[in-house]
Design a protein around this ligand. Structure first.
Ligand SMILES: *[C@@H]1O[C@H](CO)[C@@H](O)[C@H](O)[C@H]1NC(C)=O
Ligand SMILES: *[C@@H]1O[C@H](CO)[C@@H](O)[C@H](O)[C@H]1NC(C)=O
Ligand SMILES: *[C@@H]1O[C@H](CO)[C@@H](O)[C@H](O)[C@H]1NC(C)=O
Ligand SMILES: *[C@@H]1O[C@H](CO)[C@@H](O)[C@H](O)[C@H]1NC(C)=O
Ligand SMILES: *[C@@H]1O[C@H](CO)[C@@H](O)[C@H](O)[C@H]1NC(C)=O
Ligand SMILES: *[C@@H]1O[C@H](CO)[C@@H](O)[C@H](O)[C@H]1NC(C)=O
Length: 488
């Protein structure tokens, strides 16, 4: 059997479409919630990324003419001041009304610099130079990252940003004995402010850079050349003291057919999300989002499936139908048959408390192959209702479906009236023993979720109900990934 077929049926069962049109309004059909635990995870990532993007960090040169006892007026220059390493011993993150506050404290840093001095005596010009290293202790870096909806994109701003250095210790290599004291006396404050100012400025620059990246992101994600997902932010960011929630439009549109895929009147955020705060993220997907995806899929794919081969080939020979449709056998004795299983309209999926329910309207055209000629002889309308559930592991979405209801009626026939009770029992056995096992086999193997820069979901649980699916999950690093230094 054809692989595309499995895929079509999978989509029929997992994705949904509803042709219902409701009047426009604000909508967020996919929403993301990040719990305190998720924010901790994101904060650690952000701090590590920020540090590796900042380092090595060059500080401006410092120069002074100072009066040194017993030496006189000396011109001293500290140059090539570079921070090579920053360690953060503890950090916290706290969502608040205007944004998310991140504080890294007890940080240490390691600087190296070149020193040089020169002065003139009545006889000579004297100069010397060398290296020094400086250990920065007890540094505290705080940032309140303002988050807001900027015309549908996530806007970030450095609402409050500061760096405070507790103390520094200076180590000189070489130099005259007065030099050490001179640097401590005249440069310590300058070095401390240079560190504080430069780090503060770099953090602000980093936020501005993130903001411009965020603003320049397209407000849609394209899937192949077929569909786009509208990722316009329509709700939030909403911050409580323990979480952050953002809602996006979340509807799929067919490329080239920018007709509204149905704007509906109610969003997700008003209603609950993951019950357990132990999971890092909660992703809610409203059935309308699934509907829109299925509508696009339906519109862009021929939704029919020709069945010509079966494990039980008897079923595809008129002889096998001899007692069910005697007239068929009489007119076409011992001819091969094929079934054309056609999906008529976008399947309707509802998310109920126990799982997903998919309703599919289909026609099954019974064809006879007589001397190589395909002759449609009858058509049966079939309403299929299947219920399904899904599971997520690291990067795979898998699931299973079962048939919950099947109703049939004869649409047309060139071979007289059919004994529908008999036909129904054959078709229903056919669905249960052939089609569903094949579909389930494929669903069990699952489908890969999009790669998210090396991160995947772990321990995901799925909650159904209230017209939406909520995935509650932890996020883990799926594999080693060299992150782009976005702050650079
Ligand atoms: C940072 O931590 C590493 C390993 O714990 C240590 O070797 C290094 O000296 C530390 N650097 C600073 C600047 O504190
Ligand atoms: C400080 O940085 C220098 C490199 O500039 C390195 O050799 C030294 O080990 C570092 N010291 C600490 C304590 O991290
Ligand atoms: C969050 O705020 C609520 C009241 O608004 C308070 O009861 C709770 O302790 C706060 N939680 C944290 C972690 O601050
Ligand atoms: C995307 O969603 C927003 C908000 O719902 C809407 O205003 C906008 O028109 C949508 N964009 C497209 C291309 O459909
Ligand atoms: C299957 O039936 C549909 C209509 O129900 C038709 O459009 C399609 O061409 C048929 N396919 C084959 C191969 O007969
Ligand atoms: C999943 O969660 C359970 C507890 O809810 C925990 O015991 C288990 O270790 C977790 N699995 C992984 C792979 O972390």
């Amino acid at each position: 059997m054809n692989r595309r077929v499995f895929f079509i049926v999978l989509l029929l069962l997992l994705l949904v479409s509803s042709s219902t049109r409701v009047e426009s309004g604000e909508n967020d059909f996919i929403s993301f919630g990040i719990s305190q635990k998720g924010l901790e995870f994101a904060k650690d990532l952000l701090i590590n990324n920020a540090i590796s993007s900042l380092i090595p960090l060059q500080l401006p040169q410092i120069e002074q003419k100072v009066q040194i006892p017993l030496v006189g007026k000396v011109r001293m220059v500290l140059s090539d001041i570079v921070i090579y390493q920053v360690n953060v011993s503890s950090s916290i993150v706290q969502p608040g009304e205007i944004g998310v506050t991140i504080v890294a404290s007890g940080a240490t840093a390691n600087l190296s610099l070149d020193w040089s001095y020169s002065y003139s005596t009545w006889l000579f010009d004297i100069s010397d130079s060398g290296l020094a290293s400086i250990q920065v202790e007890g540094m505290e870096i705080g940032l309140t990252l303002g988050l807001k909806n900027q015309q549908g994109s996530l806007g970030l701003s450095p609402e409050d940003c500061g760096c405070y250095v507790h103390y520094i210790s200076i180590k000189l290599e070489g130099g005259a004995s007065w030099l050490y004291q001179g640097i401590v006396d005249y440069f310590e404050d300058d070095i401390v402010s240079a560190v504080e100012d430069t780090i503060t400025k770099k953090v602000m620059d980093g936020v501005m850079k993130l903001d411009s990246i965020s603003q320049s992101l397209p407000k849609e994600i394209t899937f192949g050349n077929v569909a786009t997902l509208n990722t316009t932010i329509t709700e939030g960011p909403i911050m409580t003291n323990t979480s952050l929630v953002i809602g996006i439009d979340g509807l799929f549109t067919q490329i080239g057919y920018e007709l509204s895929s149905g704007r509906y009147g109610k969003g997700l955020l008003s209603t609950g999300s993951c019950n357990s705060a132990e999971k890092m993220v909660g992703i809610s997907v409203h059935e309308y989002a699934l509907n829109s995806a299925s509508l696009v899929y339906f519109n862009t794919n021929k939704m029919y499936w020709i069945i010509e081969n079966l494990p039980d080939q008897k079923l595809l020979n008129t002889a096998g139908w001899r007692f069910i449709i005697p007239k068929l056998y009489k007119e076409y004795p011992n001819d091969e048959m094929s079934l054309n299983f056609t999906i008529l309209s976008p399947p309707i999926i509802e998310v109920e408390n126990q799982g997903i329910v998919v309703s599919v309207s289909s026609d099954v055209i019974i064809n006879v192959v007589d001397n190589g000629e395909v002759i449609p002889v009858a058509c049966i309308s079939m309403e299929i209702k299947a219920s399904g559930s899904a599971g997520i592991s690291l990067s795979t979405l898998a699931g299973g479906v079962s048939l919950s209801k099947l109703t049939m009626s004869l649409k047309w026939s060139k071979i007289g009236t059919l004994h529908m009770v008999l036909v129904q029992s054959v078709m229903s056995a056919f669905m249960k023993t052939i089609i569903l096992p094949v579909v389930n086999l494929r669903l069990k193997v699952g489908y890969s979720l999009p790669d998210f820069h090396g991160y995947g979901l772990q321990n995901a649980s799925i909650i159904y109900g209230d017209s939406k699916i909520i995935v509650c999950s932890d996020v883990v690093r799926a594999y080693e990934y060299v992150s782009h230094r976005i702050l650079k």
